[in-house]
Design a protein around this ligand. Structure first.
Ligand code: ZN
Length: 155
């Protein structure tokens, strides 16, 4: 698994996305499956490559995998692979029960965190700023390690 910092051609918005490999990224990019979470532009390109992994692997958040990368740390490559494989497997298990909320992810996660909405499993898109704000507020969210196609783009 690898995380790329991407930016879109339309607005130079920067965002992060996880891929199985560079080839997987290139394939999805060529097929127009990677869209900018801010403006929806599919003309995305690599910004800077930054391998990262979630450091808080001991807790699977009740409220959702999201397009959020955890703090960077320097664990061994073996540990990185193990943790990522475990998270990806867990997410693949959870996804069928998870509700796609698209761009409303940050709002929905916050509403559940604050008790304004029932706890639910959700996944969706968040901008780097929204992701950072969720982290700052201690709201559990994870980067999705399994590829998904937003329902609105799958028809
Ligand atoms: Zn954009």
């Amino acid at each position: 698994m690898i995380v790329f910092d991407l930016c879109c051609g339309a607005g130079d918005h920067r965002f992060e996305a996880w891929f199985a490999s560079s080839e997987s990224f290139a394939d999805q990019q060529a097929r127009g499956l990677i869209a900018c979470p801010i403006c929806g532009d599919v003309e995305v390109k690599k910004a800077v490559m930054a391998p990262r992994v979630g450091a808080k692997s001991n807790q699977m958040p009740s409220a959702a995998p999201a397009a959020v990368a955890a703090d960077a740390s320097e664990p061994s490559p073996e540990l990185v692979r193990k943790v990522i494989a475990e998270i990806a497997a867990k997410q693949a298990e959870m996804l069928p029960q998870s509700r796609w909320v698209g761009r409303d992810f940050a709002d929905a996660a916050r509403a559940m965190h604050e008790g304004r909405a029932a706890e639910d499993l959700i996944h969706g898109q968040a901008s780097p700023e929204e992701a950072q704000a969720l982290r700052d507020d201690g709201i559990a969210a994870m980067p999705l390690l399994v590829p998904i196609v937003p329902p609105e783009a799958a028809n």
